[in-house]
Design a protein around this ligand. Structure first.
Ligand code: ADP
Ligand code: MG
Length: 386
């Protein structure tokens, strides 16, 4: 493998034009890199922070060859790019992350197998491909449980929660998409995540364990550091390291976990890239997840990650973004990140804010008082009264 230092002034190619690519590009720009993004949507969030865009599908070989010709290194910001094309690209371009992790994380079945191979626990599950198998799996796993398509899901898309009352007919559409996994619903006390970076020399660096609050299966809030015992933090980081070493990670990996009341940790899923729950690191850490990712793929030594100040990150979905912008004059402490997406669709990630704080509880209260996330509050109150 080519372990040459990729120097400032060189060009980095990013496959995928979303907000993760945009924040990678912003971090890379700081160190003097040039950025070319490949994405089918013109004026993508990423190209607004990059030097150029090749407007093409992720599997367009001609476009990938053009990208390779113009770049010293290629990375990706999205796991649903075309695996076969990425594998091929690694044959004619420098793709230090390789394609294998994309193959694994594109399919929940391979992903769970890889996590278990690393010696780490996942929620009890069964692979199901038809209604008969679903019935057998439900009998084995019990209610409540969640059916997820093996491929193509994100932000809760391609999932249905099954309880005693729900009719199995809701599952037809998912099974129609191909193989699924039926998972036991974990009665977690917290959702945690750990982001880890590893470079081609095998050097690793862990970000702090954070606490994630989801609504409608979409990340709403991240609290850094997680409000858990130190021994649980150590275990969560050990789990992330175990997975990263086992898969031979190069680049960035986010490990999503469930924590049960008795301290048991299950890995929920892996993201082979910087992650929404690591956005707080831009302001709160000695290096951001994006800066560290760029260092890892450019064969730079990794920075030691330190949490400089506790932080709360809250997502701005389509229904929040206008209200959040109205708040700018009133909220000098908010770091406002807007991704430059054209249409503020309901539930679409449009941006986020980060607040650095010594008093997490007070900050959570003041965020609530701002009224930006009223829809989320109403729904969680309704759920509590259920
Ligand atoms: P996505 O690819 O959409 O992020 P996830 O599998 O991470 O899919 O599910 C999204 C969210 O749904 C999780 O963060 C969690 O809040 C909830 N969830 C998913 N699977 C389970 C489970 N087995 N038990 C409890 N909650 C779950
Ligand atoms: Mg997830």
């Amino acid at each position: 493998m080519n372990r040459k230092l990729i120097k400032p002034g060189s060009t980095i190619g990013i496959i995928g034009g979303g907000q993760l690519g945009r924040m990678m590009a912003l971090a890379a720009k700081e160190a003097g890199f040039r950025i070319i993004v490949l994405d089918p949507t013109p004026d993508s969030p990423c190209v607004q922070a990059a030097d150029a865009q090749i407007v093409a599908e992720y599997n367009d070989e001609k476009a990938l060859r053009m990208l390779a010709k113009r770049c010293s290194v290629i990375t990706y910001e999205f796991e649903n790019i075309d695996y076969e094309s990425l594998k091929k690209t690694a044959g004619f371009a420098y793709v230090p992350q390789g394609a294998e992790l994309i193959r694994i994380t594109q399919n929940r079945i391979y992903e769970k197998e890889a996590i278990m191979k690393a010696g780490v626990r996942v929620a009890p599950y069964q692979v199901v491909t038809n209604e008969a198998e679903l019935n057998t799996a439900v009998a084995k796993i019990g209610y409540p449980c969640i059916l997820k398509t093996a491929r193509g899901g994100y932000d809760g898309k391609g999932q249905v929660t099954l309880t005693k009352e729900s009719s199995l007919s809701e599952t037809k559409a998912l099974l129609g998409h191909g193989p699924c996994v039926l998972e036991k619903m974990i009665d977690f006390t917290k959702e945690l995540s750990v982001i880890i970076a590893r470079n081609t020399a095998g050097e690793t660096s862990l970000f702090p364990v954070v606490e994630n609050i989801h609504h409608d299966h979409i990340l709403h809030q991240t609290i850094a550091p997680a409000r858990i015992e130190d021994s649980v933090k150590e275990e969560a980081q050990a789990v992330a390291l175990q997975v990263a070493e086992s898969i031979g990670l190069v680049g960035t990996l986010a490990v999503e976990m469930f924590l049960e009341a008795d301290g048991t940790i299950y890995v929920n899923e892996l993201a082979p890239r910087p992650h929404n729950s690591g956005h707080y690191s831009i302001e709160a850490c000695s290096i951001s997840q994006f800066g560290q990712h760029i260092r890892a793929i450019c064969n730079w030594p990794l920075r030691k990650v330190e949490l400089l100040k506790p932080a709360v990150m809250v997502n701005l979905l389509g229904q929040h973004v206008a209200k959040a912008i109205e708040q700018i004059p009133l909220q000098p402490q908010w770091s406002v990140h807007i991704y430059g997406k054209k249409e503020a669709k309901h539930q679409r990630k449009m941006g986020h804010i980060t607040v650095l704080t010594e008093t997490i509880e007070e900050t959570l209260l003041s965020l609530e008082k701002s009224g930006v996330w009223q829809d989320v509050q109403k729904r969680s109150e309704a759920a509590m009264n259920d």
